[in-house]
Write a protein of this length. Sequence first.
Length: 375
Amino acid sequence: MNINFGMWRKALWELIKMDDKKEWEALDVISKWLIATRSAVTTVTLYSSIIAGLLYWRTLDQGQSFPFVPWIIVSLGLFVAHGTNNLLNDYTDFSRGVDKDNYFRTQYGVHPLVQGFWTKSQQIQWFIVSGIIAFMSGIYALWYTQMNPLVLGLFAFGALVLLFYTWPMKYWALGELSIFLIWGPIMIAGVYLVLSGSFDWNVALAGIPFGLSVASINVAKHTDKLKDDKKKGVGTFPVRVGESFARYTTMATIVIAYAITIYLVITGYFSTFMLLILFAIQRAFYAIAVLTKPRPEGPPAGFEVFWPTWFSGFAFYHNRMFGGLFVLGVFLDAIAHIFAKSLPLPANTLGGIAMGIGIIIAIVRFAMDKAKKKQ
């Protein structure tokens, strides 16, 4: 069995579909774990950790070092914990009969249990190993923060959500809310808490836009499979409130994510570098345009490959750019704040100058391209 780095990259970027058991068995351990845990989606955990790390980095004074080791251990632990949750999610749904009969989950990616790649016993073994790794990371965070009670509380809360998200939380329409809270204000403020030793409400507020963007994918996915979930008695948020309300909720999460980020720029918490997210607004319009109409009964022409992900496909397409630009904006914002400490210019001014230069360069390049086409 050879290590397939190419598959690692692919699994971290896109959901993998595979039907041949021999092809599955030829994969290395890491590739199997990345595919089985749907790591193309769980990378949002790394985004949240990166955002938290950058928000802490920008607070450091000259001479202070960034705690890379604790940040890496906690970030990887959270990433593995997210994958562990997905393993348990698949096991629980399979055991309850939810994933049978070509259910939505089995149509867009590998499901080792449904496809016979793993037995239930093997799935549990993978879950236990992943859970132990995630648990040890949490223990390290508690040790590093000298048993900070807030960290202990977050650790306990995360463990409960991991174990009870699939059932009963998802059945009680609480899954979508928990995803927003965890991958937004809780995780971002939590990682910041581990690094800094203190809780910051502004950091929690700064985590809301990313959390909303992640939640938009989850609400959209559950709206896509609303009919299937309703038949199988899975009471997700869209099942409880109906498709129309769920679609408008997804639209609201996208719009509010932009609104809060802009608010944080206006109030001065973020520099104008964060306005980079506006380059994702075209994808936001695409997603909102699709969400304004009921889900089609079958895949529109040219969309057959991506079906049955319809609303979730567009939400994911938007999140990829919004999330990437949000992280880039926080990175540049952190640099601006660090430079602002040694220059007679506030971070907001530095960001405005940089954005202005960027816009001018974009306009000049556009004009040059137009001139070349005319020639």
